[in-house]
Each structure stands twice: as C-alpha cells, then as structure tokens.
Design a protein around this ligand. Structure first.
Ligand SMILES: Cc1cc2nc3c(=O)[nH]c(=O)nc-3n(C[C@H](O)[C@H](O)[C@H](O)COP(=O)(O)OP(=O)(O)OC[C@H]3O[C@@H](n4cnc5c(N)ncnc54)[C@H](O)[C@@H]3O)c2cc1C
Length: 396
C-alpha cells in the first residue's frame, strides 16, 4: 500500500502554492469579494485554468491536462485551504464529465477544449422545488419537435446561472406517469441537455440565499426553450446513466473543498490560540478546552482526506459508478461534517472575533454548512450506505 503522492501530484501542489503565494497580497480583497459580495474573481478562475484544474478531467487529446480526479481534488483542496474554494468549477466539471462519458465525438471535440481553457463555464440544473431530494419526480419536460426539443418547466437553487455560458439541464423526456404505468424504473425517460445560458424563453430569478462561495442561486423558468438535437448529451431516455458519471466527481470534489475549508479554519484557530492571552500571560491555546476540539479536527481531517483520495483514485481507475459512489458518498459526509466542526471550533476559539466578518470564519460557516445539505443531503447518504453497504431495508 502506498500513501505518498506521486511526483506529478507533489509538483501540482507546489505549482498551486506558488500561484497562491503570488496572489497572497490580494487574498483579503478576494475573500471579501467571494464571501460578502457573492462574486468570484475572474483572475482566480483564469488561474485554475492555467494550473490545469479546469482541464483535469479532459483527456489530453481534447486539450486537457489529464490530471485526473485525484489531481483535481488535491488542487481544489489547496485553493480552499487559502479560503478560495470554487464550487462553480465543480459544476463545470459535471458538464464536462457528462460530455466525456456520454457525449458524441463531435460534442467532445467542440466542448472539452473550451472547458479546459476556462472559456466555457457551466451550471448544473436538476433540483426542482416540488421534487426536492426525490429528483426523479421532476416536471421539467423536453418535448421532441422534429430537429429540436422544446423545454418547459423550471428549476430552483441553480448556482451561478448568471455567470454560466451553458447550463446542463436534467429533464424528463417521458412523463413519470407513463414510466410508472409501464412498470419502468423512475430513472428511465430522463435526458440531459446543454442549453445556452441566454437562450430565448429562459427566465432567471435571483434567490436570496447564503451558501455557495462567490456564486448566487437562481430560479429558472423554461418557456418553450428551443434546444437543438445536437445539444442532447447521451441517450434521449437513458440520460441518467450519464448523469451518474457526473454525480460522483461532484461529491468527491465537494469533500476535497470541505477538507481545504477545515484547514483554513484550523490554521486561523491555532494561530489565534497561540497568540491570545486573557488570564495572565498564558495563551488560550494552553487550555485543553481550546486544544482538544482543534486536535479532533486534525484527526477527522486525516480520515476525511484518506477517504476522499480513495474515492478519487477509484474514480480514476474507471470503476463502475455505483462502486465509486459508496466512497464518494462517505467522503462527502465525512468532509462536510469535518468542515462544519472545524469552523465551529475556530469561531469558538476566536470568541467574539469569530463573528467579525473580516476574519471570514462566520462567512465561511454558511458555505461549509451547505455541504451537509447539498449536493446531496447527508441523510440520503446514510440511507444509501445502510441499504447498499449494510444490506438493510430501504427506509424511504
Ligand atoms: C446554496 C445552494 C446551492 C445549490 N446549488 C444547486 C445547483 O447548482 N443545482 C441544483 O440542481 N441544485 C442546487 N441546490 C439544491 C440542493 O441540491 C437541494 O437543496 C438539496 O438536494 C435538498 O433538496 P431540497 O432542498 O428540496 O430538500 P428536501 O428534499 O425538501 O429535504 C429536506 C430535508 O429532509 C431530509 N430528507 C429528505 N429526504 C430524506 C430521506 N429520504 N431520508 C431522510 N431524510 C430525508 C433531509 O434532511 C433534507 O435536508 C442548491 C442548494 C443550495 C441551498
């Protein structure tokens, strides 16, 4: 068994650290833009393209770096350690994965080089307010009409719909009632469509949400949005098979981001604990009540990272999505709990200072807390582990 990173991965971390060192002087400005103005700096997006993160899951023949998911996870953790997590690059990766694993040769040649270069940013739209966690109850419908589809319905909580160039929309191609009447699984009759973010008939309404670092959420309304046939990714009725290829990377990268967030909080907490004294000259970091929660964070961090690297490694070995899925789910749960605990401990260590916005802890808490709820809530993960790994009855 080998626990050390490869030379390429070590070099990648060095490249990312080098780049972030150059940006250090502007870090506070970036953090304010991200956490207070909900705006992700464009130059950081360009940086991610430059170090090859955006092309990590794009094979070299299509203009990518082929770093793989493990490489991407390591690099995103590093960005998040500096407070510069970027969920939107994870969403773009989902569209990329759908195209890579389910798209035609023409679609790959067209979209993937552009994604790798950072020229095409993609949002991902599956959630509907009435369906919620039960996604396959979605009502958005893509009606075939000759050489086009006409998209109707709506989505909610769609991150970055305002800055996206494209939106990967999951929609029914066969009504759910028909699927149920035929005794087919609910995952059948669902297609994936890559639509222009400024398509005619698409209305976006900003939501007043806190949560994702630097990106706002939107309600989307589709009123007969025309989608050419060549914008369908994968089979008309079996888009879910392609979708599952994109969900695991999302969870694994969410876990990597969470681990980076925990390190951001931990470093701040340790520095503050070592420097702050309130009873004589003894720093508060000498009190076990302050030390122990921080030590627990370090332990949980090691566990979450091992799980995340294993999940990413399994994905890179091209194991079937359901096998990767168990580890992707466990990593996402472990990472999200870690990040919330770490930020909570760091806020406690800072006392009232934990609530000063310029310390960025209280702002980061919402972004970390979101990871317990999305991209999939932790209760659903526990349901799936209980059912598929422990063989217990389905609970819902
Ligand atoms: C900031 C933010 C950004 C988001 N970005 C996107 C995006 O870009 N694209 C997108 O498609 N969606 C996005 N979402 C939506 C997100 O994925 C959903 O909110 C999430 O999956 C939960 O769905 P819901 O809100 O309808 O909760 P509900 O389905 O109403 O569930 C509510 C709660 O009930 C519990 N629960 C539900 N079902 C079960 C069950 N079977 N067993 C046990 N407990 C259960 C869970 O605790 C869950 O949190 C985003 C959400 C937020 C808040």
């Amino acid at each position: 068994m080998e626990f050390s990173l490869s030379d390429d991965q070590t070099m990648l971390i060095e490249v990312v650290r080098d780049l972030l060192r150059k940006r250090e002087g502007r870090r506070d400005e970036y953090l304010r833009a991200i956490y207070e103005e909900q705006s992700f700096p464009e130059e950081l997006w360009d940086d991610m393209g430059q170090v090859g993160i955006l092309g990590a899951l794009v094979p070299e023949e299509y203009g990518g770096t082929g770093l793989g998911l493990l490489g991407m996870a390591i690099a995103l953790e590093e960005f998040a350690t500096h407070g510069l997590a970027n969920a939107f690059c994870v969403l773009t990766t989902m569209a990329n994965m759908a195209i890579l694993r389910g798209g035609s040769e023409e679609q790959k040649r067209h979209w993937m080089p552009r994604i790798a270069e950072g020229k095409v940013k993609c949002a991902f739209a599956i959630t509907e307010p009435d369906a919620g966690t039960n996604s396959f109850r979605m009502r958005s419908f893509a009606q075939r009409d000759g050489e086009v589809y006409r998209l109707s319905g709506g989505k909610g909580w769609i991150t970055g719909a305002d800055v996206a160039d494209q939106i990967l929309v999951v929609a029914r191609t066969v009504p759910l009632q028909e699927i149920e009447a035929q005794g087919l699984p609910r995952t059948h009759g669902v297609g994936l469509f890559l639509i222009d973010a400024d398509a005619a008939g698409l209305e976006k309404q900003v939501m007043n949400t806190a949560g994702i670092e630097g990106f706002r959420q939107f309600m989307l309304y589709f009123d007969g949005v025309e989608v050419p046939l060549e914008r369908r990714i994968g089979d008309e009725q079996a888009g879910v098979a392609v979708l599952f290829q994109a969900l695991n990377p999302e969870r694994i990268l969410a876990a990597a981001t969470a681990i980076g967030m925990s390190e951001f909080a931990l470093e701040k907490a340790v520095a503050h604990a070592a420097e702050r004294s309130v009873f004589g000259d003894t720093p508060i970091g000498a009190y076990q009540a302050v030390q122990h929660p921080l030590a627990r964070v370090r332990i949980a961090q090691e566990g979450a990272r091992l799980l995340t690297h294993k999940a990413a490694w399994l994905f890179d070995q091209h194991l079937p999505p359901d096998e990767v899925g168990h580890y992707a789910n466990m990593a996402k749960l472990a990472g999200s709990e870690l990040a919330v605990d770490a930020i909570d401990a760091a806020i406690q260590t800072h006392g009232g200072g934990g609530f000063i916005r310029d310390n960025h802890l209280i702002n980061l808490w919402a972004a970390a807390r979101l990871l317990k709820t999305a991209p999939i809530n932790n209760e659903m993960i526990l349901n799936q582990i209980a059912e598929h790994m422990l063989g217990l009855p389905r609970s819902y």
